[in-house]
Design a protein around this ligand. Structure first.
Ligand code: ZN
Length: 242
């Protein structure tokens, strides 16, 4: 929500460029040993508290969910793999772009994120069986034809590959394609450019319908103070069978 408000005031690209420089200065003020960002490796005396489920790293700008995702991917991404990342977190993008052992491609459709390619997720201009891993975080809730998008993700993923998917989740899945006005979408779906609200089970079944085998990763336990991670997160690991 905070990002949404900021983005309405400042264009995403401009914000991204200046945020990075500002954060390098800001990071000096936050330098310490009580916490650590697992993406940029910086030692911190504190994270920047955004709300009751998000803390930013002042150095790389990573959110709690980006650090969680990066932690999950540490055990998943192998050398020589081809990875496609939709609407990438800047912190993860910068970290992966430094790795010479993987082939990492970023994509964005709306021009909000710095990325290598502009891809329409419902009609992807790629051959089938290309990528070992796909990261599709907070994208599908913006896509009216999400079944086409999921079909495309399945098609371009190599057999044996995995797609990591997350959206905002609610107890009940809710969509109504007659709701199109931004103010109505805000009320019904939680954001002006969201077209539905998924439940974990609802998204899982949509992924399963297109052939994925889905593992729901549930983040339980206490707040991880050291890395600034919150419990209660769900990540869907959608596996394409060999
Ligand atoms: Zn960081």
């Amino acid at each position: 929500m905070v990002k949404g408000i900021v983005r309405r005031v400042i264009p995403g690209r401009l914000l991204a460029e200046h945020e990075y420089l500002l954060r390098r200065v800001l990071a000096i003020l936050y330098r310490g040993n009580r916490h650590r960002c697992n993406i940029c490796g910086y030692g911190l005396r504190a994270f920047i508290e955004i709300n009751d489920e998000d803390r930013l790293c002042p150095r790389c700008g990573s959110s709690s969910r980006a650090r969680r995702l990066y932690m999950i991917l540490e055990n998943e991404v192998n050398s020589e793999e081809r990875i496609l990342h939709f609407s990438p977190s800047g912190a993860i993008r910068r970290a992966y772009e430094l790795r010479s052992d993987i082939e990492y491609t970023t994509t964005d459709y709306a021009g909000e994120f710095t990325a290598d390619k502009c891809i329409d997720i419902t009609d992807i201009d790629e051959s089938e069986n290309v990528y070992d891993k796909i990261i599709c975080y907070h994208v599908l809730e913006h896509i009216e034809e999400d079944k086409n998008a999921i079909m495309e993700l399945f098609r371009i993923l190599k057999p044996g590959g995995s797609c990591f998917v997350q959206t905002p989740f609610s107890e009940e899945m809710y969509e109504d394609q007659s709701i199109t006005a931004p103010e109505d979408r805000l009320i019904n779906f939680g954001q002006e450019d969201h077209v539905r609200v998924y439940s974990v089970e609802g998204l899982k079944s949509r992924l399963t319908e297109q052939g994925f085998r889905v593992e729901v990763l549930v983040m339980n336990g206490d707040i991880d103070e050291y890395y600034g991670l919150y419990p209660g997160e769900y990540v869907l690991k959608a596996h394409k069978p060999r």
